[in-house]
Design a protein around this ligand. Structure first.
Ligand code: NAI
Length: 339
């Protein structure tokens, strides 16, 4: 049975802390998920985002066969935080009070230095000092290669055009991997310097950030912001495959079906971008790098399996990924789809 989301509100006026921890599911183990810190228009908006992200972590960890449940936390950055260390220690007390049900890592707006402060209050935290992004990029690369093999019959990515949206930690490393394959790499970033730097290193062509949707390519790899694929954006896409690292790529229910109706194969974001959580598990389990690389490559097997199942059952890869997660969580598949 699915466990109900636990929502822990975090308020400490003295430390300037306003935030929330959402523990979505601990069926498979402690709820693993990063601490996001950014401004929100309201506390309700912060809670809503945190709940969606926590549910996504449950799916990600279940599909990746990791011994983790799903959770997430959000700290509201109101621009007036005077003592960040005090805030992180105060937050750490609330994490410690979950008695291991919440296992935090870094996310947008937080660093490993913040995690060390959280740990000072007795909380177990999930990361070392190493950046997981190259491993996330490796997993996304494996997902793209598998989808291209399945959908385009491409034995390798040589000559396959891939548009990477976001030349950041993940997008930059992904572009470099694709260039090594001989792919035709296109890169877009809101920061023109960043785009130029990554394009020069990967021999990529630059696409304007406003021209991404509708740019012709074989594979669109969103690696920047959330919810880039609304119904309107999907109508304008000119690609065969969507497979990227950004969390929450789809904007709105049924977006996967709209993509399928247009003949575009969507690799679920939480399947493609699991390299980072696999890396966390590797660190905690003492895996060596070759073992980690092999486990990350298994993302390709999962993508192929989901695309085959979706083809046979005339469903979408997202529906198949939800069903797979549901089985691994011993949930009823219908309940999962509606969650
Ligand atoms: P990052 O912050 O290093 O890079 C994001 C890049 O996107 C920046 O260069 C930024 O200028 C650019 N950008 C922002 N808005 C844009 C827009 N509208 N159009 C084009 N470019 C835009 O972030 P990172 O770590 O590379 O993560 C990328 C995505 O992958 C995020 O959605 C993140 O949640 C997701 N992700 C990252 C993981 C990791 O290991 N870093 C793990 C799982 C998911």
């Amino acid at each position: 049975m699915r466990t109900a989301q636990r929502i822990i509100e975090c308020h400490d006026g003295a430390a300037g802390l306003t935030g929330v921890i959402v523990i979505d599911d601990t069926t498979r183990g402690p709820g693993l998920g990063g601490i996001r810190m950014r401004p929100y228009r309201s506390f309700g908006a912060a809670v809503a985002e945190c709940r969606r992200l926590a549910a996504g972590m449950t799916l990600k960890n279940a599909v990746a066969e990791l011994p983790f449940g799903g959770a997430k936390s959000v700290i509201v950055d109101d621009g007036r935080i005077a003592d960040r260390a005090a805030l992180m220690r105060s937050f750490g007390e609330l994490v410690a009070a979950t008695r291991g049900d919440y296992l935090p890592g870094v996310d947008m707006g937080t660093t490993t230095a913040d995690l060390r402060l959280v740990a000072q209050s007795g909380a177990d935290v999930s990361c070392g000092d190493e950046d997981p992004s190259p491993w996330t990029a490796a997993g996304t690369h494996a997902a793209i290669a598998a989808a291209a093999r399945h959908e385009l019959g491409a034995a390798s990515l040589e000559g396959v055009s891939v548009l990477v949206q976001g030349a950041g930690h993940v997008g930059g490393a992904l572009a470099a991997r694709l260039a090594l394959d001989g792919a035709d790499v296109l890169i877009a970033d809101a920061d023109p310097d960043r785009a130029r730097e990554v394009a020069a290193a990967a021999g990529a062509r630059i696409v304007g950030p406003g021209e991404v949707i509708g740019a012709a390519c074989d594979v669109f790899a969103p690696c920047a912001i959330a919810r880039v694929l609304s119904a309107r954006a999907i109508e304008r896409l000119d690609c065969r495959i969507v497979a990227g690292a950004a969390n929450e790529v789809l904007d709105g229910e049924g977006a996967d079906e709209l993509l399928a109706a247009r003949g575009i194969t969507y690799v679920p974001d939480f399947v493609a971008n699991a390299g980072g959580v696999i890396h966390i598990h590797a660190l905690r389990s003492g895996w060596d790098v070759p073992r980690l690389a092999r486990e990350i490559e298994r993302i390709a097997e999962r993508v192929t399996m989901l695309l085959e199942r979706a083809g046979r059952a005339r469903t979408t890869p997202l529906a198949e990924a939800h069903a797979l997660a549901a089985r691994r969580l011993h949930r009823d598949a219908h309940e999962e789809a509606a969650a």
